[in-house]
Design a protein around this ligand. Structure first.
Ligand code: ADP
Ligand code: MG
Length: 238
């Protein structure tokens, strides 16, 4: 049994079928990257995995349990989006600790957790600053810290780097890879950037119009694309 299993997943908005029967699985500690053009259903698939929206048909299981049957507080999932809103009046440390505070984690424990995350993300020197005193990349790192501090079983990223400039994107990509290697968390990561997909993924899933085109290792998908769409999208050699 894989850690994350997606079976015949269908999502409809009214009469429109946006996900048309997706089958995917991710091993524990795996890094699945979902790629595909804008509007193909990547974010929708991610929100199904997170249990943020109802499933029309099929199912998503994490560690053998169907996500839609779990109460949100039982879902050990953290999500990082491309647009991340930090609380402007709180310091970085307070922003990171906020979720723990809401869950009633005692102060001393929160401080330990924040210090650990700050070390992992190398931002100990930023903890007392307000978001307005941070660069875009530093803010994104705080957003990651907020997710990381909960020590989730599954980490979902929706194009987390698409608002950053090219140099920072490369730095953050390296950082996310390092984090994954260090923490061994299962990750599902959405991007429309093929290079990001190739460098981060243990498995890549290519979507088009709500249909899974190919699911395989980066090398398989790049070297043996199943159709012209995948070849074009991945920039495979012809
Ligand atoms: P991607 O993340 O790959 O760009 P999305 O998952 O956001 O794509 O969207 C897939 C399709 O579903 C798009 O055609 C989008 O317009 C549609 N869609 C997404 N959310 C909704 C919604 N809440 N109601 C109706 N249609 C939606
Ligand atoms: Mg999207």
């Amino acid at each position: 049994m894989a850690f994350l299993e997606i079976d015949r997943l269908v999502k409809r908005f009214g009469a429109t079928e946006v996900l048309k029967g997706i089958d995917l699985s991710v091993e524990e500690g795996g890094f699945l990257v979902l790629v595909g053009p804008s509007g193909c259903g990547k974010s929708t698939l991610l929100s199904m995995i997170a249990g943020l929206d109802t499933i029309s048909d099929g199912e998503v299981r994490i560690n053998g349990r169907r996500v839609n049957e779990l109460h949100p507080s039982q879902r050990d999932i953290a999500m990082v989006f491309q647009s991340y809103a930090l609380y402007p009046n709180m310091t970085v440390a307070e922003n990171i600790a906020f979720g723990l505070e809401m869950r009633g984690v005692p102060k001393a424990e929160r401080e330990v957790a924040v210090a650990k995350v700050a070390e992992t993300l190398q931002m100990g020197h930023l903890l007392k600053r307000k978001p307005s005193q941070l660069s875009g990349g530093q803010r994104q790192r705080v957003a990651m810290g907020r997710a990381l501090v909960r020590d989730p079983q599954v980490f979902l990223f929706d194009e987390p780097l698409s608002n950053l400039d090219a140099k920072l994107r490369v730095d953050m990509r390296t950082e996310i890879k390092r984090l994954h290697q260090r923490m061994g968390t299962t990750i599902v990561y959405v991007t429309h950037d093929q290079i990001e997909a190739m460098t981060l993924a243990t498995k890549i899933a290519v979507l088009k119009d709500g249909v899974l085109q190919q699911f395989g290792t980066p090398a398989e998908v790049y070297n043996n694309p199943v159709n012209v769409f995948v070849a074009d999208f991945m920039g495979s050699p012809s």
